[in-house]
Design a protein around this ligand. Sequence first.
Ligand code: PMP
Length: 365
Amino acid sequence: MRLPESSAGFDPMQLARPEIRALTPYASARSLAGSSGILLNANESPFAPPIESDSSLNRYPDPQPETLKNRLAEIYRVEPDRLLITRGSDEGIDLLTRVFCRPNQDRVLICPPCFGMYALSARVQGAGVVESNLIEEQGEFALNPDIQQHALDCRLTFLCSPNNPTGNLISLDRIESLAQSQLPQGGLVIVDEAYIEFAPDNSALALQRILPNLVILRTLSKAHALAGCRIGVVIANPKIIELLRRIIAPYPLPTPTVEIALPVLSDDALNIQQQQLTELSEQKQRLLAALESHPQVRQTWPGAANFVLIRVDDAKRLIQSAGDAGIRLRDQSAQPGLDNCVRITIGSKVETTALIEFLETLNPS
Ligand code: PMP
């Protein structure tokens, strides 16, 4: 892979809001002096809290714990200085928007139907939201050809692959050409890979070697089964990481969260994760078989992630009756082009059996 010529002039520092460029980041006690010795520099309690715990919970945590960062870097096969660990990808999305979008001036591009936090973070920041709706081709969602043109007016372009809620992948060629065309005016292309472990051959991460304006978001919330821990990762050019670090909270990662994440990323745990992915894929096939022959299901998008999207005759009714049976499904009808569409997460074998049995009780409408 060769670096495109237009990458030479790309400087994330010039792209950042002037306020962020001028900012002297808050220097926390831990980042200034580390955590060894007699710690009288952070107004912490010298006492352990009165509970059973081996952790130093009276002390502030490392802002970016080295061991966790190194392990994530090893798993993602990137240098540790390309990573920022955040409170879920939600925080990564928010930091990117706050660093790069000037209120009432800059815009972000999104590709609905998509995850709602891209537009929400933009609106909170006072940035404009430009939409390039996905198009449906032969039963598959894909990027709209107009995206290239819209992206030229936008600081940030949010892509998601596999996409939530449609499950489609975005081809690496499309990502590469989009990011390349954004280089001259310095726009960032952000690929949210929250579900990429379910389709691991499709990651755009390797393209970062030739595209310094490509940012990848990962999370431990999905395939790593750690949604409760709130750990996301921004993977980007070290200059972008440095800018995001300027505005992240001083101590974003709670000690218990970090202590739990480490063993979940061990080789043994990753082997178990592979078995879980196989199990989910089997349950997905079972569910799809039930959905595809169901009289109320008009269309099914299997997608590449741990959910499927379906269109039914009456989404509200389905969600209501599933709810009455104790099964929670997610209505997607408010998204463009997804009227009467419902997203169903793939659960365990027992949960899938319960869902299939519920579906069998429904009468044709
Ligand atoms: N991106 C996508 C596409 C998602 O679906 C989600 C969660 N539903 C997130 C990001 C946020 O994940 P996290 O738990 O890491 O904040």
